[in-house]
Write a protein that binds this ligand. Structure first.
Ligand code: G3I
Length: 546
């Protein structure tokens, strides 16, 4: 008896799946036309955020898709404000705030909490309190709201006080100020620090983007609070701009002077409105303003990122507030990206300062493995780049077969028994592409076009008068049953099988799955074996599989 184990054939034939659902061929890996805003921002060490409204978040898939894929930080547009979280004294309502935090957690995003102490969207019961009761209510509100999320790693920062100045840079004569003077500001920060020692605590306002009287008043307040050890970590510049009023002056210098106080700075509520209707020239000017904002943040190390106040013109506070104005965001009402989107994207991709014109290095020649009738795995040595390689595209001639963000890709949807010569091109965030890698050629296995399964035969061992064979069935999509047929030259008779049910009509032998191994998951396999008698000598014949 010979004990030689001979791997006879990689020649494989598709099996006939017995259920209709297994006939679909998986599409190739979706092409990555370009990296997302959040990927580019991450490459710069910044966040890119959006304010989200809870209703479309619950009801619209397009809204959720963009919100999750494009942004790395989210702010509740309204759901964390006082009227939403504590509409009656000590009666807290968390549904909206929790929905925002849960969404961020699911999508690996950070949450910036907005806002704890504000003169607007604060219930009458707060406004009607006396001074001592109002201070206690404020401290309790902060303790409960910040405390609820203190141990949640998604929630990283809070607007502790919002809009404490009037338009001239004087203290706003709000009900807070009237009852408590400006002491409520320091008290609010201290209460927030006590509730979450790790959260970054911000003061936030509008019309403070450039250097002006109001931003200078804010600068002086932040400097004074920090000198008194009040825990102000961060300054938020809202950025509700309008193209008809011009871009604010000295924005980068303004960011830098706050940064030089030792605080983090950020744009918290960017939107850039226009007189309606939109046209190409207004869109272009708006796009330039968006780039200016991103570039100012990129130029200042302590600027942590930029949040846009919404993202689609379908949902924006602007038209309800400024009659005849709108279109302030980076996607239109139908979720199409506008020139403003491209501006934000390209500014983040370029990284500020000089545009990136350096291409990634040439990727290594791809090696091929796991060839099937409809697929093959390619792996190559990664490229390097002066900033970052953001992806690879795999081509057959000029046809893109797929894309990958790593140095390997399993191609799917290929044609059986077909020769492929492929190469890889690397790209970076600015869209620079490498020279093509050396090409690799391979031929897919035989198979029934469209079938998800292939079979591979080998002779396990043979002896005088017989041999043992084995067949492995591999499927790229899940099946619940399978069968394959082996046809031998005359003189072979399969006499028994295991892990399958044999139907022998020599010279054809059909094997169907056993009751327990009919189900093969996507990219899984099943193996069966058999014993055959044979009247020849030497290496047994190879069957034809079908
Ligand atoms: O929830 C009620 C709803 O029940 C009611 O049917 C509807 C009728 O008008 O009103 C709804 O409340 C609205 C709320 O947004 C939620 O949509 C309020 O009327 C409306 O005034 C409120 O506007 C918000 C505004 O703050 C309030 O001051 C905007 O959505 C929000 O974008 C805006 O955000 C502020 C920031 O918090 C601070 N900086 C300025 C920024 C823009 O004003």
């Amino acid at each position: 008896m010979s004990t030689i184990r001979t791997a006879i054939s990689a020649g494989a034939l598709a099996l006939l799946p017995l259920v209709a659902t297994v006939t679909a061929v998986l599409p190739a890996t979706p092409a990555h036309a370009s990296a997302s805003l959040r990927e580019h921002a991450a490459a710069r060490g910044k966040f890119i955020g959006a304010a989200l409204a809870t209703s479309p978040l619950a009801n619209e898939a397009s809204y959720r898709n963009i919100a999750s894929t494009e942004f790395s930080q989210i702010t509740a547009e309204n759901a964390m404000k006082w009227d939403a979280t504590e509409p009656s004294q000590n009666q807290f309502s968390w549904s909206g705030a929790d929905a925002i935090v849960d969404f961020a957690t699911q999508n690996n995003q950070q949450v910036h909490g907005h806002t704890l102490v504000w003169h607007s969207q604060t219930p009458n019961w707060v406004q009607n309190l006396g001074a001592d009761a109002m201070r206690s209510a404020m401290q309790n509100h902060i303790a409960k709201v910040v405390g609820r999320y203190a141990s949640n790693p998604a929630v990283v920062s809070w607007d502790v006080v919002n809009e404490v100045f009037d338009d001239n840079g004087n203290m706003r004569n709000s009900f807070w100020y009237q009852k408590l003077g400006d002491s409520y500001i320091a008290d609010a920060f201290r209460a927030a620090r006590a509730a979450d020692p790790d959260a970054r605590l911000c003061i936030n306002d509008y019309n403070v983007e450039g250097v002006n009287a109001k931003s200078t008043a804010m600068y002086n307040l932040v400097r004074s609070l920090r000198a008194q050890n009040v825990p102000v970590d961060c300054v938020g510049l809202q950025g509700h701009l309008a193209i008809q009023y011009g871009f604010p002056g000295q924005v980068q210098q303004n960011l830098q002077r706050f940064a030089d106080l030792g605080v983090e700075v950020r744009f918290t509520e960017i939107d850039i409105r226009m007189q309606m209707p939109r046209d190409a020239s207004k869109d272009a000017q708006q796009a330039t303003y968006y780039s200016n904002v991103i570039n100012a943040c990129l130029a200042v190390t302590r600027c942590s990122g930029v949040t846009i106040w919404g993202f689609t013109d379908k949902y924006s506070w602007v038209p309800d507030t400024f009659s005849g104005q709108g279109a302030a965001l980076i996607y239109d009402e139908s979720y199409n990206p506008k020139p403003a989107y491209t501006a934000v994207h390209d500014a983040l991709a370029a990284g500020g300062g000089t545009p990136d014109t350096e291409a990634p290095s040439k990727p290594g020649k791809p090696s091929v493995s796991d060839i099937t009738a409809t697929g093959a795995k390619l792996s190559w040595t990664a490229s390097t780049d002066n900033r970052a390689v953001t992806g690879y595209d795999i081509y057959r001639g000029s046809t893109k077969l797929g894309s990958s963000t790593t140095a390997s890709l399993t191609l799917t949807g290929l044609s059986p028994e077909t020769a492929y010569t492929v190469h890889v091109v690397a790209r970076d965030a600015a869209g620079n592409t490498s020279t093509a890698s050396e090409s690799t050629s391979f031929t897919t296995l035989a198979g029934q076009p469209g079938g998800p399964c292939t079979a591979t035969y080998r002779t396990v061992n043979f002896w005088q008068g017989g041999f043992q064979g084995e067949v492995t069935v591999r499927c790229t999509t899940a099946v619940t049953s399978w069968k394959t047929t082996l046809t031998y030259p005359s003189g072979v008779n399969v006499t028994q099988s295991w892990s399958s049910t044999l139907s022998a009509t020599p010279p054809t032998f059909t094997f169907t799955n056993a009751a327990w191994n009919g189900t093969i998951p996507a990219n899984g396999s099943a193996t069966f074996g058999f014993i055959a008698s044979w009247n020849g000598t030497g290496v047994p014949p190879t069957p034809t599989l079908s």
